[in-house]
Design a protein around this ligand. Structure first.
Ligand code: VGL
Ligand code: ZN
Length: 201
């Protein structure tokens, strides 16, 4: 059984949003077209409380994209984004959501960020996604969405560690830092991840 995991295709990550991924809107029709090829489709939403630790605005004297330390690990400080219940946290209006069997929300704890769909950045708490997919007998997990170099990458990393056979769909994803993405792709390949475009699904 194969599932598609659609990561964070939300208004704030689309041009016009507060943490826009360049050309983030381009992947929406691609993701809509591929969903029919999967036994199951699940999605994530970045879903932060207003006073989340990852927002620069919540740290006196800090600016967007500064780095601090949280639980002994580096934490980039982001513009306020994907606040629970706001328009910016909604899925892109053109994203077809009718096939989504479940939506996993992450980054909900005020004191820790969560890039991966599976665990927070400190690996303190699971979202339950791994158990969900295993109970549904999913072996192969195709992953796409925003941003390829952050939440998509960390989701793939945890999925591989959880034992899923992972495929990254490159043309159904966009990176925040396109220039640095070759390095991330090499890390994916080193993990044994297959990288494809949507026309070979
Ligand atoms: C993301 C930065 C902060 C992402 C989420 O979805 O890639 N990036 N929160
Ligand atoms: Zn976030």
């Amino acid at each position: 059984m194969k599932a598609l995991l659609i990561v964070d295709v939300q208004n704030d990550f689309i041009p016009g949003g507060s943490l826009a991924v360049p050309e983030g809107n381009h992947i929406v029709p691609v993701i809509n077209a591929i969903q029919e090829h999967f036994d199951m489709v699940v999605a994530t939403q970045d879903w932060h409380p207003e006073h989340h630790i990852s927002f620069a605005a919540n740290h006196v004297g800090k600016s967007n994209f500064d780095e601090i330390e949280v639980h002994g690990k580096p934490q980039t400080l982001w513009p306020v984004h994907c606040v629970q219940g706001t328009l910016g946290a909604d899925f892109h209006p053109d994203l077809v959501t009718k096939k989504f069997e479940a939506i996993f929300r992450k980054g909900t704890d005020i004191g820790i960020d969560s890039y991966s769909a599976f665990y927070d950045n400190g690996h303190l708490k699971s979202t339950g996604l791994s158990g969900y997919l295993k109970e549904k007998e999913i072996k192969q997990l195709f992953v796409c969405g925003l941003a390829s170099d952050i939440c998509v990458y960390f989701s793939i990393y945890d999925a591989v560690k959880a034992g899923f056979d992972c495929v990254f769909i490159e043309d159904a994803s966009k990176a925040l830092d396109h220039g640095g993405f070759t390095e991330i792709k090499n890390k994916m390949l080193a993990l044994g991840v297959k990288i494809i475009n949507s026309d070979s699904i």
